[in-house]
Design a binder for this molecule. Structure first.
Ligand code: ATP
Ligand code: LTN
Length: 336
């Protein structure tokens, strides 16, 4: 991607905190791919964010590489998209610290992800988990991103990034582009719920037995769907309050097949849940099969993957450093 391409900019990221799931795919990756031709896209593996919860070093290293392979296998062409690892571009940490000083304690206290994760990890409520949104704002603002495609659970963080940017610009003049969140509609996977507990988000770092993974074998996927929690009235009907399990399966099926809820209700009228669950499972299997096969093949070629993330980091650092230098100058830091 050359400097002269003046496409609007996209930034988004995913944590290497576990294997990618159906939630990562429908909530994020699928949209990233759809947007990747029209925008100048930076898609990041946010390892600095991942260490806000404890990670096994060997797993973290392996997952970063797997994630690059999966990004590519999902359709992100590394020649057109900057696919990089966050810690390879030190400007993220540097701007992250600066923006901490422009983020209010009260704002961070209101973040639902912090409340959730601190309630679940009572033995490690670290400062990084609390200030995480300032680092996320840095990720986005370094690239002067216009659009940030995320799942619904990240809306609040993108809103905060906008507030931080507006506050900084208010003090120092126009430095940052104010980003917009891009969140898919519910029917297209805004929030894919756990198959074991449809009131909770399918989350790769919280395997409740309700996750479907991008690299799962077909028989595993089918088993997961057959076990999916539903209800006892055996009617395929969309009703998020009364029938969260069935509604979640319908959303998934709608995303993988493009069928509307009405069509799905008609298709399974009077059939009970067995056939329905199997059809949803099969649709996910077919969607994932080519991705898994290509990711497996790419993982055999470590030299290629290293080349992809190294070149991407150089490109990202160039853009990020321009913004960082501007910020440092505004703050009154002495030039080197
Ligand atoms: P963690 O469990 O470590 O918090 P996660 O599974 O929530 O991870 P992230 O890496 O934090 O996934 O998220 C990457 C992107 O995928 C974000 O934009 C997020 O909104 C989206 N996403 C993740 N899970 C889902 C889901 N179940 N439904 C919709 N979008 C999701
Ligand atoms: N917080 C996000 C991951 C993330 C991100 C970003 C997303 C870190 N930096 C910048 C969009 C833009 C999450 O937990 N899913």
């Amino acid at each position: 991607m050359t400097e002269s391409t003046k496409k609007p900019v996209i930034f988004s990221g995913m944590q290497p905190s576990g294997a990618l799931t159906l939630g990562s795919f429908l909530g994020a990756l699928k949209n990233w791919v759809a947007l990747s031709e029209e925008y100048d896209c930076y898609y990041c593996i946010v390892d600095l964010h991942a260490i806000t919860t404890r990670q096994e070093p060997a797993d973290l290293r392996r997952r970063c590489l797997e994630q690059i392979a999966q990004y590519i296998a999902c359709g992100l062409d590394p020649a057109k998209n900057t696919l990089f690892i966050q810690s390879h571009v030190p400007a993220h940490s540097e701007l992250g610290w600066i923006l901490n000083c422009y983020t209010m304690f009260g704002e961070l206290s209101r973040m639902t992800q912090f409340k959730d994760k601190s309630a679940r990890n009572t033995d490690n409520i670290n400062a990084g988990l609390f200030t995480y949104p300032a680092l996320m704002a840095a990720d986005i603002l370094l690239y002067q991103a216009n659009l940030v495609p995320v799942g619904d659970d990240q809306r609040q963080h993108v809103e905060l990034a906008r507030d931080i940017a507006t506050r900084f610009n208010g003090v120092h003049g126009d430095v940052f582009t104010i980003p917009e969140a891009f969140i898919p509609k519910t029917t297209e996977g805004a929030r894919v719920m756990s198959l074991a507990d449809p009131t909770r988000k399918m989350s790769k770092s919280e395997p409740t037995g309700g996750c479907v993974y991008l690299m799962d074998k077909p028989e595993t996927i089918l088993k997961s769907f057959k076990r999916a929690v539903t209800d006892s009235d055996a009617e395929v009907r969309y009703d998020i309050k009364e029938k969260p399990g069935v509604s979640n399966l319908m959303s998934i099926y709608s995303s993988t097949t493009g069928k509307s809820f009405e069509t799905i209700e008609a298709e399974f009228a009077g059939q009970g849940y067995g056939a329905f669950k199997e059809a949803v499972g099969e649709s996910v299997i077919e969607r994932f099969r080519p991705i898994r096969e290509q990711a497996e093949a790419l993982l055999q070629d470590k030299t290629y993957l290293t080349q992809v993330y190294t070149e991407a980091a150089n490109h990202a650092a160039y853009t990020a450093n321009k913004t960082l230098r501007k910020v440092q100058k505004k703050l009154g830091f002495v030039a080197k």
